[in-house]
Design a protein around this ligand. Sequence first.
Ligand code: GDP
Length: 612
Amino acid sequence: MKNANKKKYGDNRESNIPSKNQNKNVNKVNDGVFVFTKSLTVGELAKELNVNASDIIKKLFLQKKLVTINQYLDDDTIGEICLEFGYDFQKKDIVNEEDFEKVEFNDDPDSLKERPAVVTIMGHVDHGKTTLIDTIRNSNLVASEFGGISQEIGAYQKTFGGHKITFIDTPGHEAFSAMRSRGASVTDIVILVVAADDGVMPQTLEAIDHAKVANVPIIVAINKMDVSGANPDRVINQLAEHNVIAEKFGGDVITCEISAKKKIGIDNLLEAIVLQAEMLELKANPNRFASGTVLEAELDKGGGPKATLLVQNGTLYSSDYIVVGTTYGKVRRMTDEHNQVLKEAKPSTPVSVIGLSEVPLAGDRFMAFPTEKQAKDIAEKRKNRKIEEARSKSGGVKSLDELYSKIQEGQLVQINIVLKTDSAGTAEAVKSSLEKLNNDQIKINVVRAAAGAINESDILLAAASNAIIYGFNVRPSAFIRKKSEEEKVEIRLHRIIYALTEEVEDAIKGKMKKEQVESVVGEAEVRNVFKVSKVGSIAGCMVRDGSIMNNSTIRILRDGTIIYEGKIESLKRFKDDAKEVKSGFECGIKVENFNDIHEGDVIEAYKMVDKD
Ligand code: GDP
C-alpha cells in the first residue's frame, strides 16, 4: 500500500507533520516486545499482556506496592511488569509537531531518489584545507556560466562525472563540532587533508575523532605532493596507527595523493567522493516539504535575517513557510552560491534564504509547512517550550548588583545571560569569553546567544530564566525598554567585547563601581528622507517617545542595529529651528556628517547620567 497518510496539497508534496500512524497509541505486543506510548491502568496492562490483573496486583504487592485495578502505572513499573511476565518493553514517545527534529520519515522506497553527498573538509592548520576548497570551487569555472562571480554563501555544489557533490566551506573543527553539539549532522563524508611533508598532526587526530564520533567515512587527501619532502607512505603509516586503515593496507579508507596548489589529483579526489557516495547509497524524498539544517546565519544590514540552509530532505520552494529554531518565516528570496535566484532546492542543496523574522543559529533545524498558520503555531509552541525549559532551569540573578551582593555573602551564584549581538560570529566570541570567567563560585550560563535586535522573546526568556540581557552593538527599541522594565529584566549594552567581559568580571570580583550610564531621552522614526543640495539628507521624523533636543547625542538604528553614532546638526519643526520636539510631533532632523539615512531608521537621543 502506498503511504496511507500521504496528504496531498496543491503541489503534491507530502507534509512533514507527524502522521497519525507514527503517533498512534501502539500499546501492543509485537514479537515479544510490549510497545507503549502512554501510561496504562493495571487492568489495561493485564489485557494487553493477556494476563490476570490480580497476578499483576499480587506481584506489586510482593514489592510492597499496593495498587488497584484502575490505578495508572508509571513507565518504570510497566517495564518491570513486562519483564516479570516474560516480555521485553519499549516506551515510544508521541512525536508532537513542534518536535519536528524527531519526526521519522516513513518514505515509500519508490519515492526515494539519489541525492548528492555533503562533504566537509577538515585537517591540521596549514595542511591546505582553504587551498583545496578554493581549487575545487574554481575548477572548471572558466567553462561554467558563472565564471568569476564570487561566492556568496559558505557552501556550494560541484558536478563531477554527472554527479553533484555539495561542499560545506567552513574549514575547521569548531564549526563541525558546534553543529554536532546542537544535534545537527549534515556531513556525509569528511575529507581529511594531511600534508605529505608534515604528516599526522594534533588537529588531524582531532578531525579523525570528530568523524568517528559522527560515524562519517573519511577520505584522506594527502596534500602537497609537489613538495620535495613529500612522503605519502609515512602519512598512511601514521594514520594506520590511529585506526584509519588505507585500502592499500587492506582497510576501507580511500586515500588520494594531491596538490591543492598545483591542482594535481583533484579529479581523482572528486572521483573518490562520488565512489564513496555511491557506497553510502545516499537517498532522500524530493516529494515532501523540505527539512534541513542552518549552516550559517547573520543579520544582513538593512535586509533582515539571512540564513544559509542545507535542504536535507524534501524540496524547498521559494514562498514556502518554514520554522527555524523558534522562529518562522516565508522564504521571500532564495539564492544559490552565485546569488542566482532559485525557485526550488532539492535534497543536499545549500541555499541562502531571506524572509525569516529572527536570525537562527548554525545547527538549528528547519522544516517547511504547508500553511503560514501551521508554521506560526509550531514556532510559537517551540518558543514557549524554550521559555518553559529556561524557567525550570533558572536560578540566576536579576542584576549585576544582586550578583555582587550574593558574592559578598559567599553564596554560590549562577548568572544567566541572554546575549544579542550584531553578528552570529560575535555572539559565539562573546559567549566563549564570558564562559571563560566561570570559577568555583560563579557559573555563567549563556541561555541564548544570537545575532539580531533585542526582541520581546529575549525579554520573556530573560524574565523566565532570571537572566540579564547583554546587547552588543544592538539597541532595544522604546517598546522593548518598556517591556524590560515591566518584566524587571536588566538590559546592559556594550560596544567593545572586553568592556562587556570586564564589567561581568568586575562584578564577580566585587568591584561594582558607580558609573555613568546612558539614559535614552527620546526616539524618532524616520518616515521620509529629503535630499537637499549642499545640505545633505534631511530625515522627516515622527517622535515616538520622549523628546529630541537640538543638541542631543544620537545614534541611528536600522533593524535594531547601530549603524551610526553622532550628533544632531539641526532640528526643525516645519521651516523653523526647534530646541526640542516632543513625542507625537513631526520634525526634520539633519544628522551631523551623515547622509545615508533610510526610511524606517530610528534616531535615538540619549545622555549620560550617574548610575545610582
Ligand atoms: P589551511 O590552514 O589548512 O586552510 O591551509 P591553507 O590552504 O591556508 O594552506 C597553507 C599553506 O600551504 C599556504 O601557503 C598554501 O599556499 C600552501 N599549500 C596548500 N596546498 C599546497 C600544495 O598542494 N602544495 C604546496 N606546495 N603548498 C600548498
